[in-house]
Design a protein around this ligand. Structure first.
Ligand SMILES: Cc1cc2nc3c(=O)[nH]c(=O)nc-3n(C[C@H](O)[C@H](O)[C@H](O)COP(=O)(O)OP(=O)(O)OC[C@H]3O[C@@H](n4cnc5c(N)ncnc54)[C@H](O)[C@@H]3O)c2cc1C
Length: 461
């Protein structure tokens, strides 16, 4: 079979790119190795519960009348209506360190007042930071990487405020240990603090169904259980894809969403060695806990808590299996839904070490999952009221699970720290989008697919 474009991976970026291409009458096929779409942000069922793999919240929420930010841009590009996403806004989130807490909602003025109240000596500096952020072109494809820690610390003189600002931005979208690229800091600052959090009533299934239906309505083809085994190259051009089934598909252009090094590993040996890219190190455990009451009835009123147990926040691959000194506590029930969710859930995210998890034998792995879940809970109930007696179901996934289900090396949720903003590779008709292009999260991944499709695959239109 011959296509205009073959897309490897049916995560958020692959589906969004597919819609753009199919809309403009490209003969396009998305190849997905699993039986379910969604990649890092998919869904599953266990013990009768319908669970989202990852979704805490969609970032970048703005109301319907705002026109110029990433969410409306995304909707326009995918020909979707605002109502189609069925987004319900968060109640309130908080950054909690031992000495201070900063609350935020989807109203930026409230966040400003919280910063001013907690850090009165930094009010002018914070205004300077906002000016620097607003003047920065975070979407430039050829910007030189700049240290966000240096840039922010040169403006904000209180290191506690600096660390409190970095904590949520790093947890929700940073592939680099210790520091963050300044453009990425700006993207995440805007998407979380200036815009905000929302969630569809029916979770990530709703978004994925919407994307798949749109893609198919536009004429796109989606092949599930169709893992790509290798990319065949001739004269510096990707010529065809060999599937695990033995099928061979040819196409003019190939778009890969599986990560840069992971894509290079699909090339013949001599081509693959061209990659000198760093493999990402940052991964997480995600603990999913069902409780017998609404979290708010247990005293958990907030939507998302980003916590750290000391004044200095360290974002790095831990030496041990899991690091519970910081983390995220998410209550997916705490959004303004039209009707209460059928289940009551609390989710905990902690930094974790892929190598340590990967080295465990089967029995030890199971035991350590239980031990780490217990440790994550103990840390969480120092931050929120103790809800452990109300737990009726638990599940946990580790960096190893993330690797198994997405193929991202090291289970690195945000991919490599070296991003390829223009999506090009050394193979002239092979492009990268999604996690390793650099726009992260659900909205970011979709925008990445759209941007790279527009830039390289729709040019002749
Ligand atoms: C636990 C967790 C929680 C998260 N929470 C949030 C959140 O609350 N909000 C938010 O905005 N973002 C969140 N994210 C991040 C977000 O999910 C990702 O940034 C985004 O989904 C990445 O999409 P992608 O298309 O770039 O990549 P992926 O989702 O990784 O898609 C790549 C796809 O390629 C497939 N694939 C891999 N190799 C092959 C092959 N050889 N052949 C065929 N197919 C292949 C994979 O199966 C996968 O479906 C979370 C991620 C995780 C892991």
């Amino acid at each position: 079979m011959d296509y205009d474009v073959l897309i490897i991976g049916a995560g958020m970026s692959g589906l969004a790119a597919g819609i753009r291409l199919a809309y403009f009458d490209k003969k396009v096929c998305i190849l997905e190795k699993h039986h379910r779409v969604g990649g890092l942000n998919s869904f599953y069922s266990k013990d009768g519960y319908k669970l989202d793999v990852g979704l805490h919240a969609m970032t970048n929420y703005v109301s319907k009348d705002v026109k110029s930010t990433p969410l409306p841009k995304l909707l326009r590009q995918l020909r979707l209506r605002f109502e189609d996403l069925d987004l319900c806004q968060q109640h309130m989130s908080v950054i909690k360190f031992p000495e201070k807490k900063i609350r935020f909602t989807n109203n930026f003025e409230f966040f400003l007042s919280e910063v001013a109240e907690n850090f009165p000596s930094q009010t002018d500096n914070f205004q300077k930071l906002l000016k620097t952020i607003s003047e920065h072109d975070e979407l430039s494809l050829d910007a030189k990487p700049l240290s966000a820690r240096q840039a922010v610390s040169s403006i904000i003189s209180d290191p506690l405020l600096v660390d409190m600002l970095f904590c949520p931005l790093m947890y929700y979208g940073n592939a680099q240990e210790h520091d963050m690229e300044f453009g990425q800091f700006v993207i995440m600052f805007k998407s979380i603090f200036c815009e905000g959090f929302a969630r569809p009533q029916n979770g990530v299934r709703h978004i994925l169904n919407l994307l798949v239906n749109k893609y198919r309505d536009c004429g796109g083809e989606l092949r599930m259980r169709s893992g790509v085994q290798s990319i065949r190259v001739s004269d510096g051009k990707a010529e065809s894809l060999l599937l695990n089934s033995g099928d061979v598909l040819t196409s003019d252009k190939v778009l890969s969403t599986v990560g840069h090094v992971e894509t290079m590993n699909l090339l013949p040996n001599s081509d693959a060695t061209v990659s000198k890219h760093e493999v990402g190190q940052l991964s997480f455990t995600e603990s999913i806990l069902m409780v017998d009451k609404q979290p708010s009835d247990l005293g958990l009123e907030t939507t998302i808590i980003f916590f750290n147990d000391s004044d200095r926040f360290s974002y790095r691959k831990p030496d041990s299996l899991i690091d519970v000194s910081s983390g995220v506590i998410c209550c997916p029930n705490n959004f303004f839904f039209r009707e209460p969710l059928p289940d009551n859930m609390i989710r905990l995210t902690n930094l974790a070490n892929f190598d340590r998890w990967n080295s465990l034998g089967e029995e030890e792995y199971k035991m350590q999952k239980e031990a780490c879940l217990k440790a994550a809970l103990e840390a969480a109930v120092k931050i929120v009221p103790d809800f452990r007696d109300s737990i009726i179901f638990t599940d946990m996934f580790t960096p190893k699970t993330i690797y198994k289900f997405t193929g991202h090396l090291n289970g690195a949720v945000y991919g490599s720290p070296q991003k390829i903003r223009d999506g090009r590779t050394h193979i002239k008709n092979l492009f990268i989008c999604g996690t390793d292009q650099g726009f992260l999260g659900i909205v970011g991944a979709m925008l990445s697919g759209i941007s790279i499709a527009n830039l390289h695959l729709l040019r002749d239109k």
